[in-house]
Design a protein around this ligand. Structure first.
Ligand code: PEP
Ligand code: MN
Length: 264
């Protein structure tokens, strides 16, 4: 079902008046984690003002260590839904377990599957019937074929609205957190009809690389971007402050993108 051989025309995912995969660039921006109502409200206003269409933010955070901040949970879903509604933005949030799919689908417009869960097959099966579009992140050591097979689980379960996301893979290089595999964008678009989103934040792990790798992703044909932005990145509650853009950088970047591709 994910293959272009059986479905030659691009899948276009329509949510409200935003179309993903239809030739216009979609920008999802926001913090790594929802921290408080004030934080997500302020950032939502900045995403909207900059021209973004989707507010990102994790209420449930998949952390490498069990003692790190794990997210604010269901309260975060509510905070984000309110900020999205107030600022007229769609919302995307990560769901980590099958039990939480229904509640995440109740509050968010798009469900994100993180790199660590790309092959959580019970979770993928549950997403087949969740009724909401899914952004499926590539596992950090997954091949294109493994990513497409993971998408196949969701599609086969009855949900046609899947986006593929390149978020960087693990290589021998340690300067960057991950290596953003730009080739994934045209390759996945040739193998599949599903929209391809690039995540230059996790793909590099370094703020100064997010701007050039965003532009490179657009040049490579990405259908959209998911970018971390924070009003106070040095004090953010996850370690991802180092890769989060300041609001001014985010706004400047989107202004530059208008020159490369029309925003929705
Ligand atoms: C995130 O988007 O904050 C995140 C945890 O992403 P990934 O699954 O790509 O690490
Ligand atoms: Mn993050």
């Amino acid at each position: 079902l994910a293959s272009r051989d059986f479905h030659p025309e691009n899948t276009v995912i329509t949510i409200g008046d935003v179309k993903i995969g239809g030739g216009e660039l979609v920008v999802m921006g926001g913090p790594c984690a929802v921290e408080s109502p004030e934080q997500i409200d302020e950032i939502a206003g900045l995403v909207k003002a900059a021209g973004g269409q989707v507010l990102r933010g994790g209420a449930f955070k998949p952390r490498t260590g069990p003692y790190s901040f794990q997210g604010v949970g269901v309260e975060g879903l509510i905070m984000m839904a309110e900020a999205g509604k107030k600022h007229d933005l769609l919302t995307i949030t990560e769901v980590m377990t099958p039990e939480y799919v229904d509640i995440c689908a109740e509050y968010a417009d798009i469900l994100q599957i993180g790199t660590r869960n790309m092959q959580n097959f019970d979770l993928l099966r549950k997403l087949g019937t969740c009724g909401k579009p899914v952004l499926l992140k590539r596992g950090f050591s997954a091949t294109y074929d493994e990513l497409l097979n993971a998408a196949e689980y969701i599609l086969a379960g009855g949900n046609p609205n899947v986006m593929l996301c390149e978020r960087g893979i693990r290589t021998f290089e340690t300067y960057t957190r991950n290596t953003l595999d730009l080739s994934a964008i045209p390759v996945l678009q040739s193998l599949s009809h599903l929209p391809v989103i690039s995540d230059p934040s996790h793909g590099t792990g370094r703020r100064e690389l997010v701007v050039p790798m965003t532009k490179a992703s657009v040049a490579a044909g990405a259908d959209g971007l998911i970018i971390e932005m924070h009003t106070d990145p040095d004090n953010s509650m996850t370690g991802d402050g180092v890769q989060s853009l300041f609001p001014d950088q985010f706004a400047d970047l989107l202004r530059d993108l208008e020159k490369l591709a029309p925003l929705v």
